[in-house]
Design a protein around this ligand. Structure first.
Ligand code: SAH
Ligand code: SF4
Length: 346
């Protein structure tokens, strides 16, 4: 059966009008699913009984299975969600004093294989469908009762290696008939897939872009991110300049701080060179240690020293507070932790 969450608004209109229904039915259905959050066609009481029955026989509409839900001391909620084919993904709710952020996945695993990332180290299974991407938002909202103010594509996977489905999901989540999330409240994070950064610049909307940089030195970056050989820093920078020309938005640079590896003065100077000509904000993320990784987390002193160096070089930077570190909340960690524990028990 087709997943109704895979349908864009225009596709839903087309299906309905082919059945002889009025096109405004699409608006009612979008509102039930994305605004009101129902997972029952029966509840869509402003549709005719006949249409509801037809939808039921033609389409699937069900939340993802919550396999595990962990609540951190700081309120972060980490979910392990089961897909139809029994693979699983992670999604996270991050509470702030006056807003709620959802962090969602775009792939099962990740083909990029960054050496500091639990998702990357675990390998790649498959892309998520657009329906599976938006369903994370619906499932988290239903389970937690908290609607998102912001959505970040920073869970498992590389969104720009699943570009089509990522864009479709963005268009559904921001559709005015549905959840109508403001495009400016959605951030897509990429490791630097150059052609897709360029394509994304031409997608309608004020979406925010984050680049996972981790080192502004080509050789060093290649040691962390295998795909960095293919998408070189110089090409990424040109693509970011083009993006910024189009969108006029500040770009977030994510920088995982690794002890003794990427936090020297030279690294700070390279970062300044990379940022020249761009409007950026640097998010410094202390490495969240994962088993089997050769890297270590810097000490608090080292973290603040590197932060200070950037500030003195005139770079806007902030150290990201470590949310949910007591519940394996870094990318791909909960899945790995649970899989290991389950295998041990078995
Ligand atoms: N693939 C995309 C989006 C998902 S990763 C990307 O890489 O941008 C989201 C962020 O989590 C990335 O910036 C990544 O570098 C960071 N991350 C991954 N593993 C981490 C770890 N062990 N400690 C701290 N941050 C990590
Ligand atoms: Fe993939 Fe991002 Fe993890 Fe790298 S950091 S392996 S790109 S999910």
């Amino acid at each position: 059966m087709r997943d109704i969450l895979n349908l864009s608004y225009p596709e839903l209109i087309k299906i309905l009008t082919e059945k002889g229904e009025e096109s405004y039915r699409a608006s009612q259905i979008f509102s039930w699913i994305y605004k009101k959050g129902t997972f029952e066609f029966n509840d869509m009481t402003d549709l005719s009984k006949k249409l509801r029955e037809e939808l039921k026989t033609q389409f699937k509409l069900q939340p993802l299975r919550v396999i595990e839900r962990r609540v951190s001391k700081d309120g972060t909620i980490k979910y392990l969600l089961g897909l139809q084919d029994s693979l699983c993904i992670e999604s996270v709710i991050i509470p702030h004093p006056n807003r709620t952020t959802y962090c969602i996945s775009t792939q099962v695993g990740c083909p990029v294989g960054c050496l500091f990332c639990a998702t990357g180290m675990a390998g790649f299974k498959r892309n998520l469908s657009c329906g599976e991407i938006v369903n994370q938002v619906l499932t988290l909202r239903m389970d937690s009762g908290k609607s998102p103010n912001r959505i970040v594509y920073m869970g498992m996977g590389e969104p720009f290696l699943n570009y089509e489905e990522t864009i479709r999901s963005l268009q559904i989540l921001t559709h005015p008939a549905g959840m109508s999330t403001s495009t400016r409240n959605i951030t897509v994070s990429t490791v630097g897939i150059v052609p897709k950064i360029r394509a994304f610049a031409h997608i309608h909307g004020a979406y925010r872009l984050a680049l996972s940089l981790h080192s502004a030195r080509q050789r060093k970056r290649e040691k962390l991110i295998p795909i960095a050989k293919k998408y070189r820093l110089s090409d990424i920078k040109r693509a970011l300049i083009a993006f910024q020309k189009e969108k006029k938005k500040r770009i977030t640079i994510e920088y995982v701080m690794l002890k003794g590896f990427n936090i020297s003065r030279e690294d700070a100077l390279s970062l300044r060179n990379f940022a020249k000509g761009l409007k950026v904000f640097v998010n410094l993320i202390p490495f969240n240690p994962i088993p089997g990784s050769p890297f270590r987390k810097p000490s608090p002193g080292e973290i603040s020293r590197f932060h200070q160096m950037l500030l003195e070089l005139g770079i806007n930077a902030e150290v990201r507070r470590e949310k949910g570190s007591d519940i394996e909340a870094a990318c791909g960690q909960l899945r790995r932790y649970l899989l290991e524990n389950l295998t041990q028990k078995a």
